[in-house]
Ligand binder design. Sequence first.
Ligand code: ARG
Length: 590
Amino acid sequence: MASVSSLAASVHQRVADALTAALPEAAAADPLLRRSDRADFQANGMLALAKRLGGNPRDLAGQVVARLPQDDDVIGGVEVSGPGFLNITVSDAAIVRTLAARAADERLGVPRAEAPGTTVIDYSQPNVAKEMHVGHLRSTVIGDAIVRILEHRGEHVVRRHHIGDWGTQFGMLIQYLTEHPHELDHASDTAGGTGGGEAAMSRLNRLYKASRTRFDSDEEFKARARDRVVLLQAGDEETLALWHKIVDESKVYFQAVYEQLDVEVRDADVVGESAYNDDLQQVVKDLESSGVAVRSEGALCVFFDDVKGPDGNPTPLIVQKSNGGFGYAATDLAAIRDRVGRLHADTLLYVVDARQALHFRMVFETARRAGWLPEGAARQLAFGTVLGKDGKPFKTREGETVRLVDLLDEAVERAAGVVREKARDLSDEEIAERAAQVGIGAVKYADLSTSMSRDYVFDLDRMVSLNGDTSVYLQYAYARIQSILRRAVGVAPAAHPELPLAPAERALGLHLDEFGQTLEAVAESYEPHKLAAYLYGLATHYTAFYEHCPVVKDGVERTVSENRLFLCELTARTLHEGMALLGIRTPARL
Ligand code: ARG
């Protein structure tokens, strides 16, 4: 269906046209329209413009007002204020008309991108045979939201989970497995029935510890492990079979975590470091022959004028080590060639910890010099660190990284407490289901509502609080609306609300109208926290509306009830859609 142009866009158009008519030499000048507390909108553009052209801003503003359309019902009122602002009020009729058009559209009138491209997004990239930790939480949750937001815009999105499934440590693991073939067997498992994922991880942990101990204490085993890496990279069949066994076991574990996180990760999109193994020689050849990389002490290196170590010497990107081995950088370079060359990406996104910023800066620049990556096409969406309450990177009391599954379990447990307190008539099964939606939603929202680049404190008490900027608050607003809609028997939401609107209705309506432009900005800047802020604003406006405007009640006229039900329903749909784009559920009852 057709997209709906927002009130902001309609007002902007009118003011821009009037500005051009008043001052032809300022054609295409931005009237700088903003939402405002004093009126609905404020246009500030006349100030700078008059200054630049040497006129009086109040005069210019007055001329713009004189040229606004007269027979138009979008702008309800306008006045010149202060040194030369325009305070603009839109008419109730215009608000109602746009909202009705939004309500009639299944996309709520939100436009699709006019010229969608292909974005390859690299996110949720845990490491094989290792536990997932809070860093992987961030990459997964942020990446998942961005995928949803971009796809909703109509962008063609290719997901890549660049899992760590390659490297020297696999020599050690595989060698140990050849010597202890039953180490990964399920029969010897002692972890019990806590789900397939936990059991798989505990087997992998055991294998990891046993092989590590052996590797550190037995020189001959160490040598055999090194030979095993060579066999792995050469594609030896028996070695590959064991490697697959380890990778598959890890995938069982990853999928269990994804399921708990309520995130879909498709197997076809899991394209780990190993997938680029066959391309690495070519990467090296091309970089060397083009002179982008040079041999230095046997290693193949790329140098940058502005990347230096603490000693002042340049720190190169090492593409190939002096022993011939490839590392993290080579794989990322091969992946760029694949993503641009074969997948035809216009945009490459990397949702990766900010502490890897230097790596990506060097990799992108290398790929650009090699002609594999257009300038500016790749971007790291660098996220900050998850901190403990002490303000330091989140660790257990023993100083170990916190297991993601433990955090999620605890979040769901806390949420169960909140759910149980709110609704005493729920069955255990219902409590469990809602607790999962509330607890996981809380963790995701806390992550997504903070600007990505910032660190944040993992504080479950705050995350599951019913008050404040939390997902529970939003879910609660949604559930409350559903309950109002359920109880409104015999009265239906208006298809086209009547006039006039009460102040709280207007404020809610104006905010509802901003959904589309918010999504557009969020998709352009890759900033999910702006969507979270919008939704929090929506729930806050709804709460004010709910306090001032009884919906269905004795003494409230039927048409008024129908109007208010209309606003309730549109708010619920907007909340639901917005939360879904963040990957958060909106249960109908809480
Ligand atoms: N596996 C890495 C880690 O756990 C992240 C990989 C990021 N993606 C990439 N293309 N390098 O830190």
